[in-house]
Design a binder for this molecule. Structure first.
Ligand code: SF4
Length: 360
């Protein structure tokens, strides 16, 4: 009998997707004291090191083990744009060539970074450009951490808030996203306050219930965008599975379990679709007694998407009805409107330029 020996390329595990327990296990595997896991955690998540060999306070034995078995993901930044208001958008290319956007948004003296959790998205909201290409794949925890590293590298100011509102539905990628949130809020790692990390969902009820059970350390935002099931069915197909009443019952459960956590309700205003006086009154009734904050987002018009931005007077009138009913409602202009900062727009424009043979 003949035996063939195949050389299998070894998969290097990304260090920037590992939690503290996994770093302890690495130290054990390398045969060094687990005390070095603290320095390793600080190097990866506090100082965003990109070169394992240069982490001077680790023993040589650990560094050579890490070089042999692990890697640090560092996506290439393939396009950037900066708006007049200081919003910066980055297009990041992952190791397999897939690209996602991340956005740095200045405001109130703080820098917020919007994180993508998937390449594309399967939810299919009809007002969203990311939805037009469908889902390509989930991002790994390490790729989400690498987005923060890339944002921090390009910005002179420290990122203080994270919002999981970029490309993708975070709850469709639950395990990787939850590990990312835990790493991001580890006080000895990236050290974001759980109050400064917000996950936005289109309303995946079972995964929201899992979030409650898991006590995921972050805030919740729900993209509601309609006050009747008929309208929500037509702009957010996920509503056919998890209609408004079920979704808002789950939000109530979340609020009662999480105590005084305020949930953010996001409402994209689409002219003639969901911006009438009757919509505003129904929204008041739906949210009565919930203690939610409502973010009103006038639609960011884009060629190819069949929606219009409501007139400013309609936006003000809609907000006034909510405020009158005692609901905190804030109109949020899409930051960086001059660089197409809404989800999926930079990627779409770069792809169009590449197709036309122009430089990205
Ligand atoms: S709005 Fe969010 S959930 Fe809806 S398709 Fe776009 S990325 Fe997906």
């Amino acid at each position: 009998m003949r035996f063939f020996v195949y050389s299998i390329p070894m998969q290097l595990t990304p260090l920037n997707g590992m939690d503290y327990d996994q770093l302890l296990a690495l130290c054990n595997a390398a045969g060094v004291s687990t005390a070095h896991a603290d320095s390793l955690r600080a190097a990866i998540f506090r100082y965003y090191s990109t070169d394992i060999a240069a982490i001077a306070d680790l023993p040589l034995r650990l560094r050579s083990y890490l070089r042999e078995h692990t890697t640090l993901l560092e996506p290439a930044c393939t396009a950037t744009s900066e708006a007049a208001d200081g919003t910066q958008k980055l297009l990041l290319r992952m190791a397999d060539g897939k690209e996602v956007e991340t956005v740095l948004i200045p405001g109130n003296g703080r820098l917020t970074q919007c994180i993508s959790t998937q390449v594309g998205c399967a939810v299919g909201c009809t007002f969203c450009l990311t939805a037009t290409a469908g889902l390509t794949r989930n991002l790994s925890t390490a790729e989400m951490v690498a987005e923060v590293m890339a944002g921090q590298r390009i910005s002179e100011r420290q990122v203080r808030n994270l919002v999981l509102m970029g490309m993708g539905e975070p709850l469709h990628n639950y395990d990787a996203m939850a590990q990312f949130v835990r790493i991001a809020t580890d006080p000895k790692g990236m050290a974001f306050s759980p109050n400064r990390v917000t996950l936005s969902t289109s309303g995946l009820v079972p995964a929201m219930q899992r979030m409650i059970r898991d006590e995921l350390p972050c805030n919740l935002a729900v993209s509601l965008n309609a006050t009747t099931d008929a309208v929500r069915d037509s702009i957010m197909p996920i509503n056919r599975k998890y209609p408004i009443a079920l979704l808002l019952d789950t939000v109530r459960d979340y609020i009662s379990v999480r105590g005084n956590k305020r949930v953010l309700i996001e409402y994209v205003l689409l002219a003639g679709i969901n911006d009438t006086t009757a919509d505003a009154e129904r929204l008041c009734a739906l949210l009565a007694g919930m203690g939610c904050t409502v973010n009103l987002l006038p639609f960011n018009t884009y060629p190819g998407l069949p929606f219009d931005r409501p007139a400013d007077t309609a936006v003000s009138a809609f907000r006034a009805i909510l405020v009158e009913a005692g609901i905190i409602a804030v109109v949020r202009e899409s930051k960086g409107r001059d660089i197409a900062a809404a989800c999926g727009q930079l990627k779409t424009e770069v792809m169009q330029r590449r197709k036309a043979g122009l430089q990205a």
